[in-house]
Design a protein around this ligand. Structure first.
Ligand code: XMP
Length: 508
């Protein structure tokens, strides 16, 4: 049975970060909103209570029944989680004069397994409006800071702890040691959740779940759908049918290269050339949202036609990952909000398909590790994100096959240049945009009146915010020269120096 830690989410912005830290220690964990708890069995080795934007004094603040676990399962309360336990059992939690936010130094007050190996005045990260003024009788403060009397506590003779600060953020310099103490010493977790173990368990589960059923899955050339396909393939082999659609909006030569790699990996790939359908649907459309809708509709039609031509398909495989499944801010809602992947529309209902999502418990970097374990080629594994509507939202205005061909050449020079100068992995996403602008230039003795293109490269961790990448001037100069010299129809290159917000990464 897979050991796990449960993280109970009270709506903190840091909840996912707690999960990341636990998993970095090779221990599996799951996040559940406090009002929607799963059955707790012996696989649960410990419970972590998250922080929250609420104060324990608010009438509608989140509550749980702690008595059901105390003394049976180790508990670690972080920030609100710690305040809640102190408050419920009779301690006093007070509104701080000023909201404490930022670095503080903790001073140990008593011996405790939780703080083992942590230095005398270790830096921690605080973010709270309330603080614990006094503890219930059987609680013991094990650390304080200059400004608060209880930075950490333990309930006497019981594996239950509270931390006022956030051990999960990197500004808590020894936060990882504290979490490791809780997980390895207190909860006695085995720390054996590795990519190899994940593959082994998941494949066994998929075998049991799917038996000899057939599954259809849409490949996009990206990491998530590729890794989902490899896991399913390992479990059910030729009963997995992968559909990869060429929408005519991919990068230069990408379709052929990716299909070939998938086939080398043994996948059963149905490669569909639907370029003409997409171009026809996009003809004369300039509005970005209308382009997206048109592309989505053709994709569903093409995918559905393929899926229906296969007999006896029972399941639709999807590359949904954990951040799509959990929505930590929604803890006040009636249930966990699940963002569905709309790329196959109403297909499951229409064809009466069940859904199988082998990556639904993984974060993006974990998907990459599992992909490496399964032998996915590095050019797919480390690929920048690429939008579903592809180059259609990087050609401002209407789309024609000729414009796509021009942009593909520009994009290929830029991306190959980034790789050749070891800059590709320094940026989070890069691409080129074909502008609906013509400008005057001079080539040889002749005046030209041709297209301008923009280059965009950003640094980011999740695409929610981004900064423009400070690429070297020499590199940009080389790209500009190569593009203007080699791509017919382009006589001007500009570099986008906008951050997100207020700009977005894509221009449409
Ligand atoms: P923005 O432009 O909103 O993009 O800053 C953030 C990230 O999302 C990608 N993106 C899309 N991905 N369908 C997708 O699958 C879309 O319609 C779409 N629009 C933007 C974008 O490439 C970036 O990674």
């Amino acid at each position: 049975m897979q050991e796990k830690i449960l993280i109970i989410d009270f709506g903190s912005q840091y909840t996912q970060l707690i999960a990341r830290r636990v998993r970095e220690l090779e221990i599996f964990c799951e996040i559940h909103p406090y009002h929607h708890l799963p059955l707790i069995d012996e696989s649960v080795k410990g419970i972590i209570l998250s922080g929250s934007p609420f104060s324990v004094h608010q009438n509608d603040s989140p509550r749980i029944d702690l008595a059901q676990w105390r003394k049976k399962i180790p508990i670690l309360g972080i920030c609100y989680g710690a305040q809640l336990m102190a408050h419920v059992y009779g301690g006093s939690v007070v509104r701080s004069e000023i909201r404490e936010y930022g670095r503080a130094k903790i001073r140990p007050l008593a011996e405790s397994g939780l703080l083992k190996g942590v230095s005398e005045s270790s830096q921690v990260w605080m973010s709270h409006g309330d603080s614990i003024q006094s503890l219930p009788d059987n609680f013991e403060a094990i650390a304080r800071t200059e400004s608060i009397p209880v930075a950490a506590y333990q309930i006497k003779d019981e594996p239950t702890f509270g931390l006022q600060f956030h051990p999960e953020v990197t500004h808590s310099l020894e936060g990882k040691t504290i979490l490791a103490n809780f997980l390895l010493e207190v909860c006695q977790c085995k720390a054996d959740w590795t990519p190899a173990a994940f593959v082994e368990d998941t494949v066994a589960q998929l075998e049991a779940q799917l038996g000899s059923d057939k599954v259809v899955l849409g490949l996009s050339g990206g990491v998530d759908s590729s890794v989902a396909a490899l896991l399913l393939h390992k479990a059910i082999g030729k009963n997995l049918y992968c559909v990869f659609v060429d929408n005519g909006l991919l990068r230069k030569d990408e379709f052929a290269q990716v299909v070939e790699s998938y086939r080398d990996l043994g996948l059963n790939v149905i490669a569909v050339d639907a370029k003409a359908d997409f171009y026809a649907a996009l003809a004369q459309i300039s509005d970005p949202e209308a382009k997206r809708k048109a592309i989505g509709k053709v994709f569903i039609d093409v995918f559905q036609a393929q899926a229906q031509s296969l007999s006896d398909i029972k399941w639709l495989g999807q590359g949904t990952i954990y951040p799509d499944v959990i929505e930590s801010v929604s803890v006040k809602g009636p249930s966990v909000t699940i963002k569905s992947h709309h790329n196959v529309g109403g297909l499951p209902e229409k064809m009466n398909l069940k859904i199988v999502e082998p990556l639904r418990m993984l974060f993006k970097d974990e998907v990459r590790k599992v992909g490496a374990e399964l032998g996915l080629p590095t050019f797919i594994l480390n690929r920048h994100p690429f939008p579903g509507p592809g180059l259609a939202i990087r050609i401002l205005g209407d789309i024609t096959p000729e414009k796509v061909a021009v942009l593909q050449q520009v994009d290929a020079i830029f991306i190959e240049g980034l790789k050749a100068h070891n800059l590709y992995s320094e940026v989070w996403q890069a691409g080129a945009i074909l502008l609906p602008v013509q400008s005057v230039g001079v080539m040889g003795d002749e005046r030209t009146y041709e297209n301008a293109v923009a280059l965009r490269a950003v640094t980011s961790t999740d695409g929610m915010t981004a900064d423009w990448a400070h690429l070297p001037y020499d590199f940009l100069a080389e790209m500009s020269n190569q593009i203007i010299n080699r791509v017919k129809g382009v006589n001007r290159v500009v570099y986008d120096i906008s951050s997100k917000p207020p700009a977005t990464i894509e221009w449409e």
